[in-house]
Design a binder for this molecule. Structure first.
Ligand code: APR
Ligand code: ZN
Ligand code: ZN
Length: 361
């Protein structure tokens, strides 16, 4: 198998031929058909979030099952699958309490190594996935089979960006019809929040991003109002659009303390603030104490869109097939495995919503 490896923080990725380990009883060998490049991959490559190299990056993938271990029951050879960066074992405390996004087997899955470099050393794969490759070996808990004819590029995005964004709206915040929703940060995840808000029946979706292309895309995908932070104080701009009150819900989808504070500022009294972005590992954020009580704003974290992946991946597939979610317009370009560094640069420059790797020649 070929995979793009991170060998050290801030180093370019290296595409190498690796030798897969024999399958364990619950392991599955998957041909990767497509993999999205997400901001969290960059955060690991740049050391913002620590993960020990050598590691195969990539956690937003879709593929086809090639081979299964003796005791695998969840998928069969030939199934189309979407990878989940939270395993859903189905049996731990969180899984049985309907919060499989916190599955207690996550660390076991992430720390199990499934392939070797030429000199024999085993390598980690991000979240037990490692989708920047042409194949991967996963625990069956990390895969969800879907029956659909949608292109792999779209299925891949369900594995992180679409699940995280749509899930933040439908699962975490449970936005009610007629609401006003503000979205700060319009990358692959933020565009999915915009679309999730539309699916939830939001009356107004205020999309905020300094990059014009991101705002234009949000407008195509369902935003009703666009805010450029360069045009003045963002909270003032949102209040001007909402009768002076602020939005009913605000979603932070950048991953920075400043925009978390801003998300709270653009929310009306009694409204709901949802933190979706993944910040630097040791960052902290400060909120005004008096207002925490006085303004009764609800502050919610959203981890993987509170995903229940075995329920939600097929549900998202249906929403795409029925035309309620447009994931095709989130795929800016398809690229080869060798182009991931260029895709990181394009993401940081604000040139793409998503680059998607198609590793098969
Ligand atoms: N205000 C509004 N938007 C901003 C600001 C700001 N001050 N600064 C940056 N942005 C925008 C960028 O222009 C970009 O469009 O935030 C967006 C971030 O998008 P991507 O880099 O494509 O990131 P994405 O993959 O969508 O992930 C967003 O969620 O999963 C996490 O780690 C991920 O924290 C990241 C966040
Ligand atoms: Zn991601
Ligand atoms: Zn579990």
């Amino acid at each position: 198998m070929r995979a793009a490896l991170l060998l050290g923080v801030d180093e370019p990725l290296v595409v190498e031929t690796l030798t897969p380990e024999p399958l364990g009883p619950h392991d599955v060998r998957v041909r990767i058909d497509a993999s999205g490049v997400c901001h969290s991959d960059v955060s690991i490559a740049t050391g913002l979030v620590p993960m020990p190299p050598p590691v195969i990056l990539g956690h937003e993938g879709a593929g086809t099952v090639l081979e299964v271990g003796d005791r695998v029951t969840r998928v069969r050879v030939g199934d189309r699958v979407i990878s989940s960066f939270a395993p859903a074992c189905g049996e731990c405390w969180y899984c049985v309490h309907d919060q499989p996004n916190f599955c207690e087997r996550m660390l076991d899955v992430a720390m199990t190594r499934h392939s070797r470099r030429a000199e024999g050393k085993l390598v980690f794969s991000m979240s037990g996935l490692g989708t920047f490759a042409d194949e991967m070996i996963n625990h069956e808990w990390s895969l969800v089979a879907v029956e659909t004819d949608l292109p792999a590029e779209q299925l891949a995005l369900i594995g992180c960006g679409v699940m995280t964004g749509v899930g933040a709206v439908l699962n975490t915040a449970q936005v009610v019809p007629g609401s006003t929703v503000a979205v700060i940060g319009l990358g692959g995840v933020g565009q999915s929040v915009v679309q999730g808000a539309r699916v939830a029946g939001a009356a107004r979706v205020i999309a905020i991003d300094p990059v014009a292309m991101k705002r234009a895309t949000a407008s195509k995908l369902g935003a009703s109002d666009l805010v450029d932070p360069a045009d003045g104080d963002v909270a003032d701009q949102v209040r001007a659009l909402t009768g002076g009150r602020g939005a009913d819900y605000a979603f932070e989808v950048v991953g920075r303390p400043e925009t978390m504070v801003q998300a709270r500022d653009v929310t009306r009294r009694g409204g709901t603030v949802v933190i979706v972005g993944m910040p630097k590992f040791d960052a902290t954020v400060t909120f005004p104490a008096y207002s925490m009580f006085y303004d009764e704003k609800r502050l919610l974290g959203s981890n993987y869109g509170s995903a229940h992946v075995r329920r939600d991946f097929p549900r998202i597939v249906s929403l795409i097939e029925g035309g309620s979610l447009d994931v095709a317009h989130m795929v800016t370009k398809t690229i080869a495995l060798e182009d991931v560094d260029a895709a990181f640069a394009a993401m940081l420059a604000g040139d793409v919503i998503r680059s998607v790797i198609v590793p098969q020649p």
